[in-house]
Ligand binder design. Sequence first.
Ligand code: RET
Length: 266
Amino acid sequence: MTQTEIFQFIQDNTLLSASLWVNIALAGLSILLFVYMGRNVEDPRAQLIFVATLMVPLVSISSYTGLVSGLTVGFLEMPAGHALAGAGAGPEGGVFTPWGRYLTWAFSTPMILIALGLLAGSNLSKLFTAVVADVGMCITGLAAALTTSSYLLRWVWYGISCAFFVVVLYILLAEWAKDAEVAGTADIFNTLKVLTVVLWLGYPIFWALGAEGIAVLDIAITSWAYSGMDIIAKYLFAFLLLRWVVDNERTVADMATGLGAASRGG
Ligand code: RET
């Protein structure tokens, strides 16, 4: 299928294309709002949290533009054993695979973790571990979606991705929760931690239920599930975090953190 045909396929499925366009619009608005909110932030640590958080809608608008244009979508022939093997939803067979989603998570989710780690006062080892495991999770999730030789190996990739995910969850729930108590940011950290953990758990569940997995959910429904989770996990998350940072810049500047004191006053 050519890119033009894929673009047409997406446009013809109103429910599917709406799930993508909604995120382009919301990411655009978020970028404008966040730049405005951050205009007076002066502390270097607060600025770093800001930049990391601002990257989230910037990556997102790029990601969704890639999907809606058909650039980062493929129609893949599924291996024997897969529910849609041989059948396929595309005009010429093959299953709609928005692989750009999984690829761009490798750029957006580390930004979320860097912002959270800085907020919790993480040391460098934990921040590094969380980011590396997170990138591992996204890339092996991409591998799961793109493997067409063996149904079993798709799920092996899925399992590897889950193992990386467990590392991320451990750091969020155990390590950073403790660090945030020491840093004096436990209240906001815990709110964002719960929001993150609950929503992030939804991604592997919808992957498993959608066309990439056991295919009980329609591609437009799956796309809406990801888009809906993205709206909360990215834009609402970022808004709550940035609003808190703006209101508590002093606290951020004076935080006791494993990364050392932020340099202030040049
Ligand atoms: C996959 C499938 C393989 C197993 C696991 C997954 C987890 C994905 C997650 C994605 C989070 C994405 C976010 C995006 C917002 O920008 C790759 C679905 C564990 C947790 C928050």
